[in-house]
Design a protein around this ligand. Structure first.
Ligand SMILES: [Mn+2]
Length: 311
């Protein structure tokens, strides 16, 4: 054996032990028995010719800023398609306005933890209190939703598969509100984890919605995710041989949910929650040129949460 081959084999053995542990199921955040809902974006919406995909971070009821952002991105409703990463509702000044606008554009979104809060409240339809401001609380929003607005929110899947042929993203392109557990088939992902995770245990792959401890970056879920995708790409022929490629596709995840960390642009992840409702900014990731090019567009936001609290 040549020294190089020995080194490569050594790496592969290490890769198998470190990066591809057997995953039964993530144990934290599993509060429901609901199965994960996965949808595939219609192929006709993929970026070809002038057609672009515009991914937008957590909007949280900030309709004015959404419109300003789309204006800055030169959004063309004839050719472009909007994909929100979830949490379009709550916190900001005009949740119903955001829902109406995204509906009018046939925009896609995945379900975030805030939709997960509103939808069951509205489905139960047993809120008796009268609210002056429909944006003042999740209960007030749930009560104010029209049947069409509710059914739009209900339609959001937990996971939206975008496609496998967007050259700017490595592997498949997938949207999930908080994140995905590596090494686990999409069908085996747990909805509560997909909508809430922030930290992930490197060894056990358990997830938590708590933020990774300060200074311990390795526990952010997306760092662990990236490590796994890297090894997937190095061991792809082995995985193919073992028939494992289908179980856990190599993928880039576009997500939101972690406003404290802000914009994250990594090898296999794009984190777009930039704290729009609380004095941060709102972010769009614009994919053009047949999926070969991506650009970030942002608009600054006032602190709506304070304004809503005062009103
Ligand atoms: Mn969230």
């Amino acid at each position: 054996m040549t020294p190089l081959a020995a080194v490569l084999l050594g790496c592969m053995a290490g890769a198998t032990a470190v990066a591809l542990p057997a995953v039964s199921s993530p144990r934290i955040l599993q509060r429901t028995t609901e199965t994960v809902r996965i949808e595939q974006l219609d192929e006709s919406l993929l970026p070809t010719g002038d057609r672009r995909l515009i991914f937008i971070g957590d909007i949280h009821g900030c309709k004015d800023k959404l419109l300003e952002l789309l204006d800055d991105a030169e959004y063309n409703q004839e050719t472009d398609h909007i994909v929100a990463v979830g949490d379009i509702v709550n916190k900001g000044p005009d949740t119903l306005g955001v829902i109406d606008y995204l509906m009018s554009q046939n925009a896609s979104s995945v379900r975030g933890n805030h939709e997960e809060r509103i939808v069951p409240l509205a489905e139960a339809a047993n809120i008796t209190e009268a609210y002056d401001n429909p944006n003042s609380s999740p209960e007030a929003i749930a009560q104010a939703l029209s049947p069409a607005q509710l059914s739009y929110l209900q339609s959001f899947p937990h996971i939206l598969r975008i496609g496998t042929n967007l050259p700017t993203f490595r592997g498949e392109t997938i949207v999930a509100h908080a994140g995905l557990v590596p090494g686990l088939a999409l069908e085996a992902q747990v909805p509560d984890s997909v909508m809430n995770m922030r930290a992930l245990d490197t060894q056990t792959l358990e997830v938590s919605n708590a933020r990774a401890e300060a200074g311990s970056l390795e526990n952010h879920w997306f760092v662990v995710w990236d490590e796994h995708q890297f090894w997937y790409s190095l061991t792809s022929w082995v995985r193919k041989l073992l028939g494992k490629d289908k179980a856990a596709p190599r993928a880039t995840v576009i997500y939101g949910h972690d406003s404290r960390l802000g914009l994250q642009l990594g090898s296999y992840h794009r984190g777009l929650d930039t704290r729009c409702s609380a004095g941060g900014y709102l972010t769009a990731l614009v994919v053009s040129d047949g999926g070969a090019k991506e650009a970030i567009v942002t608009v600054d936001c006032p602190n709506y949460e304070e304004q809503v609290a005062e009103s």
